[in-house]
Design a protein around this ligand. Sequence first.
Ligand SMILES: [Fe+2]
Ligand SMILES: [Fe+2]
Length: 277
Amino acid sequence: MESITVRKMAFEFPQDMELVFIEHDPAFSFLFLGTWMLLPFLEPYLMRTIRTAMNETKDEALRHDMRQFCSQEGQHYQQHARANEQVLAVMPEIARNQMRQQLAAIETQYRSFSEKRTLTWNLAYAEGFEAYTAAGARTQLELRVFDTMKDPIRDLMLWHIMEEVEHRTVAFDAYEALGRGYLYGLRVGIWAQNHFVGLGKALAATMIEAFPDLMAAHDNPEAKSVRDRNRSIYMRRTLKNLAPIYLPWYSPRRMPLPPMYDEARAEYNRRAVSTTP
Ligand SMILES: [Fe+2]
Ligand SMILES: [Fe+2]
């Protein structure tokens, strides 16, 4: 297993940041952006869960990985919080206020999970999220979707999903050690996936509604044919790569790693302000 490296990055999110970072596809761009807007609340929740689990295990190797997991997620959510502020800054005022309300409700909900749910449930949620994210990262790296995306969102996404692949075993191992078996993990994991995708879709819907002119500008046959083709390739590969995570013998250790994974690790090792292996 490769090491989990904590990389501090210095991304810039300028005022004129391109929100439609997926070519010809504002709705899909907003779906990704909407889901990432949860991260400053979701990732601290994962960190609280893994820190609590750390007190319950004496396995030194796992405790080390848990620490690295928390440090990586800590970097991720801080970068996403900065990106969020820039997204919110360009939103029309009504939509911005609506999104701030949505985000406040999301924060309350994740805090209540930490306070009211069992550690077992929270670990199953964490692994449901991490397995889904790792499979998604695999799809994106295999298809090299980044080649046609626009910076700085592309950069943020590639760095983040590469590190998600790097720490893909941690929540899995934590659930294996302290969880309640396959069926419980499957049930809570699927619930978790529907939960965070649903929250992301609701934020994306606010963004779509806020930019009718932008949506209309992309409503032409040329744009439609490009996005239909790209989405169909993406969705087919997503289904193929997601299927294994629901099987009883799933292990993130057996996940095939596309060549772009090592390329991204090398690139961000080189560009990081600091690294902690
Ligand atoms: Fe993350
Ligand atoms: Fe993660």
